[in-house]
Design a protein around this ligand. Structure first.
Ligand code: SF4
Length: 345
């Protein structure tokens, strides 16, 4: 089991719940827009948020941002140790930086000292694009990636720092899996898992679900990010759905039939309406089925807690394979909500 690490108010590792991460796309120095995006992310279920810190203005903005948000903030820094120190001073709850990218050892010491003084963990690791050629010449690609990450870990350990989170990422699913398995075997620090540069929505969801799903089922992964080229809210929704699918988290689970010639309702449209209408029920541990017809729908959906099956004039609502109500099209959502509330009570 991995070591327990505190990232602000969120405890990761050691069998604690897997935390969902995302990253802002706004300029961090633009406090108003960054706060607004983080608030939307936290509303969607993001539990740890990362912001890029490319300059001093961004590092200093962290203290103002932190006052307006509820979830821990991770400062993402490349190369400049001063930005890491300043971010920590301004209240960052975790720093992502690779000490091997700092040009001198004394700079690593300064970052470690600042982090240790304030109990701030450091995430280190490697992306496939940053692995030195020397490692590729000695190892297979996944092992080279993991070894590059381990090198960063050892640098921090050399300076007596142990509040570490590790992560190794590739845009290749199999490389990500192999490298992450390797590094998880070689250290007991919490592991952040994700596929980097996973692509546009469909590609990102498929690649990330395969890699993260496999790793999580192997017991590897303490925080996750599904990186999507686009709106980060999508990352959070997808990560939540992944954890719910793996039964690693409770939540609202919507299943829907693919429809066929027997369908009496527009299942896709009604599913969207159900999802939207029940969005305030996201934390309820309930599975709702939307099925196109009563012929097969009730039987096929009976494992759900509650379901709707289409009829010529509307739908029936069923529970445990039994019809409990018949409703007109216009009343489906209202009645479903009522029945869910009764069920939860
Ligand atoms: S539930 Fe009915 S409409 Fe949906 S796929 Fe099955 S048979 Fe077709």
């Amino acid at each position: 089991m991995s070591k327990v690490i505190h990232v602000g108010s969120v405890v990761i590792g050691g069998g604690n719940p897997i935390a969902i991460q995302s990253m802002t796309t706004t300029k961090t120095s633009d406090v108003a827009r960054t706060v607004s995006q983080i608030q939307q992310l936290q509303g969607a279920g993001c539990e740890i948020v990362r912001v890029a810190v490319p300059d001093m203005e961004s590092a200093r903005a962290i203290s103002s941002i932190k006052k307006e948000i509820k979830i821990p903030l991770v400062a993402d820094i490349h190369f400049d140790h001063n930005l890491a120190v300043e971010s920590i001073k301004n209240g960052a709850d975790k720093v992502r930086i690779n000490p091997g990218n700092l040009s001198s050892e004394w700079k690593v010491v300064e970052v470690v000292r600042a982090a240790a003084e304030r109990g701030v963990p450091i995430r280190v690791g490697a992306n496939i694009g940053s692995v030195p050629d020397e490692l590729f010449s000695r190892y297979s690609r996944p092992v080279a990636l993991a070894e590059a990450g381990l090198k960063q870990v050892r640098l921090l350990e050399k300076h007596g720092f142990g509040e570490i989170v590790v992560s190794v990422k590739s845009s290749d699913v199999l490389e990500t899996i192999e490298a992450t398995k390797y590094i998880a075997r070689m250290t007991d620090y919490p592991v952040h898992i994700g596929v980097t540069e996973a692509g546009l929505y469909e590609d990102a969801i498929i690649r990330s679900s395969v890699a993260l799903g496999y790793l999580l089922l192997q017991g590897i992964g303490d925080t996750i990010r599904i990186s999507v080229a686009g709106d980060p809210i999508l990352e959070v929704i997808a990560a939540k759905k992944l954890l719910i699918s793996l039964k690693m988290r409770k939540g609202f689970n919507l299943i829907a039939c693919p429809t066929c010639a027997r369908a009496e309702i527009d299942v896709a449209q009604l599913s969207l309406e159900v999802q939207r209408e029940m969005s305030d029920m996201n934390d309820m541990n309930i599975t709702v089925a939307v099925m196109g017809c009563v012929v097969n729908g009730i039987g096929e959906g009976k494992h759900a807690d509650i379901g709707i099956a289409g009829t010529k004039s509307g739908a029936v609502i069923f529970k445990n394979g039994r019809i409990i109500k018949t409703v007109e099209r216009s009343a489906i959502l209202e009645e479903l909500r009522k029945q869910i509330q009764l069920l939860v009570r």
